[in-house]
Design a protein around this ligand. Structure first.
Ligand code: ADP
Length: 179
């Protein structure tokens, strides 16, 4: 699914984020930035050991913040590492942190002049954020950001499972009807 948001394009695809050819891909990392499972493990395997070497120099990343590295063996030139919140039940603070992870990732991209970014569904794996709720936060945050910053020309959500793709598709259809 693909829609225009302001002057930018927002895409949903089912697939593997390590294979994307956007200028940057976003990693759902943990605060240490020293490697984990899920999408983080896949990105480190595909990028090669130089990625972990650069991450070791960064001193971690706070929840809701984002930092930039090179992409090494990836097609993407850069990796933006962000840390989503661990879900422990509905909470406005947790929702704000998820929103912040998307927002800070896009601010980092903007500061570097990056025009295309691929995101995974942050916090919805090991961190347990319910997919349907996370999809609304992810999509509405990105839509607001690109409307205000059309320098970001393309944002692609890369959903690993059919379930995640369907949740994002349903949320995007609703948001596109009632922007
Ligand atoms: P978190 O700790 O933020 O929950 P996870 O990596 O456990 O991060 O999961 C985040 C999401 O990334 C999950 O929906 C998971 O299915 C998905 N995921 C795992 N591997 C990949 C991949 N190679 N490409 C895209 N998404 C992935």
């Amino acid at each position: 699914m693909k829609i225009n948001v302001g002057r930018s394009v927002l895409e949903l695809v089912q697939g593997d984020i390590t294979q994307q050819d956007t200028e940057a891909i976003v990693n759902a990392a943990n605060r240490s930035l020293l490697g984990g499972g899920g999408v983080d493990g896949a990105i480190h395997r595909a990028a090669g050991p130089q990625l972990l070497a650069e991450c070791r120099t960064l001193g971690g990343c706070d929840t809701g913040d984002a930092v930039l590295t090179q992409g090494y063996n990836l097609k993407a030139r850069y990796v933006i590492h962000t840390v989503g919140p661990v879900y422990r039940g509905p909470s406005a603070a947790t929702e704000r942190l998820l929103k912040s992870a998307y927002q800070r990732s896009l601010e980092v991209a903007l500061a570097k002049g990056i025009r295309s970014v691929a995101f995974p569904s942050i916090s919805t794996g090991a961190y347990g954020y319910p997919l349907e709720k996370a999809a609304v936060v992810a999509l509405s945050t990105v839509m607001d950001f690109v409307r205000a910053h059309p320098q970001i020309e393309r944002v692609r959500f890369v959903l690993f499972s059919e379930k995640a793709f369907n949740a994002f598709e349903a949320a995007l259809k609703k948001l596109a009807e009632n922007p």
